[in-house]
Design a protein around this ligand. Structure first.
Ligand SMILES: Nc1ncnc2c1ncn2[C@@H]1O[C@H](COP(=O)(O)OP(=O)(O)O)[C@@H](O)[C@H]1O
Ligand code: SF4
Ligand SMILES: [Mg+2]
Length: 327
């Protein structure tokens, strides 16, 4: 793994302008992602965690310029992707792929597996008609499926097999970076482990970088290099996997982790569980200051008025909290 960022995300913002009310006569803004700063290092698995609706998917989509950023930059190969239109994005599309929770959304039910995998290769001129069948068979082999699966349709496959095909389709573009958006969340636990191991094997084989969006913290602990914790559209904390799980600094991360059952019954006894009070506030009207102040057990006056700075509390360990000192 290198140390150079593959992607540099600077002050990324994504707001959705929506219309509310029975007649859609009230304009409102969903603050889905605000002031998001992150370097994604080549070869790493960076996981994003946080409660449902906190902006994880929107972040992934906006990084890939599948959603147009409201502000901020996504620097890739010296280019700000957020400033590019769809045509200008074309040369970068190949490098940047996404795998969704539900492979049905990526796989056309009327296309065979072979057609689904072959289409992006032909589009990006990564195969010719002459070597297409061999390339499809190789990719199927990469994701642990026999080459005869090329003739099958998505509905003839199990959930795990369909996800393998979706991964093969992403790999067909010979990408550098893959957003895995809850890519294993809908699968049975035993299948999840297989797909995780597959993703890890492929990462090593093809030097891939992952943005891994997930809510299962046990899985995140298993596969991540670093972990970012999001709360209501903002990054609350970012650290290496071990540091985040062993020495969380942000009150929200502490609460999130304390909700995970320990595998070691000894430490389960000594640990104090912190139950998060109240619901997540609406991203239509996020609280001023620290967005977590309405639920934070140690909120102070400053938290209600001032947005905490994103600062380095220890080397490589960033946090946005007034109660945590910077370096
Ligand atoms: N296309 C959209 N239009 C309006 N609001 C959206 C859209 N997509 C997502 N949102 C809202 O943005 C917020 C973040 O959503 P999302 O990124 O899907 O969260 P997560 O992936 O963490 O569950 C949510 O409040 C969601 O309802
Ligand atoms: S800034 Fe204040 S409210 Fe926010 S997490 Fe830190 S202590 Fe809690
Ligand atoms: Mg999501």
């Amino acid at each position: 793994m290198g140390t150079e960022p593959l992607l540099r995300i600077e002050n990324l913002v994504k707001h959705f302008h929506v219309r509310l009310g029975a007649f859609g006569d009230t304009a409102a803004t969903v603050h889905a992602v605000d002031d998001f700063n992150l370097d994604i290092v080549e070869g790493e698995t960076l996981s994003l965690v946080g409660e449902s609706g906190c902006g994880k998917s929107t972040t992934g989509f906006t990084i890939l310029n599948l959603h147009r950023a409201s502000a901020g930059k996504v620097i890739y190969k010296g280019q700000d992707l957020a400033a590019l239109d769809e045509k200008q994005m074309r040369p970068f599309r190949r490098d940047l792929q996404i795998v969704f929770q539900d492979p049905y959304s990526t796989l056309n039910p009327r296309m065979t597996v072979g057609e689904a995998i072959g289409e992006p290769m032909l589009f990006h001129k990564l195969a010719t008609k002459a070597n297409l069948a061999t390339r499809i068979a190789t990719l199927l082999g990469d994701v642990g499926l026999p080459s005869r699966f090329a003739a099958r349709y998505p509905h003839e496959l199990s959930g795990g097999q369909r996800q393998r095909v979706a991964i093969a389709r992403a790999l067909a573009c010979q990408p550098k970076f893959i957003v895995c958006d809850e890519a294993i969340s809908a699968l049975d636990v035993s299948i999840q482990a297989q797909i995780i191991n597959l993703l890890l094997d492929l990462q090593e084989k093809y030097a891939l970088t992952y943005l891994f969006i997930a809510h299962d913290l046990a899985v995140v602990r298993h596969i991540s290099t670093r972990v970012g914790v999001m709360y209501l559209g903002r990054l609350a904390e970012l650290a290496t996997r071990d540091e985040l799980f062993e020495t969380p600094l942000h009150p929200y991360t502490k609460a999130l982790l304390s909700a995970v059952p320990e595998t070691d019954p000894q430490s389960e006894r000594v640990r104090t569980r912190q139950i998060l009070q109240g619901d997540v506030p609406s991203p239509l009207n996020p609280p001023p200051g620290c967005r977590f102040h309405t639920r934070c057990p140690i909120a102070m006056d400053v938290c209600r008025a001032t947005v905490p700075l994103w600062k380095e509390a220890r080397p490589g360990h960033l946090v946005a909290c007034h109660a945590v000192n910077g370096n």
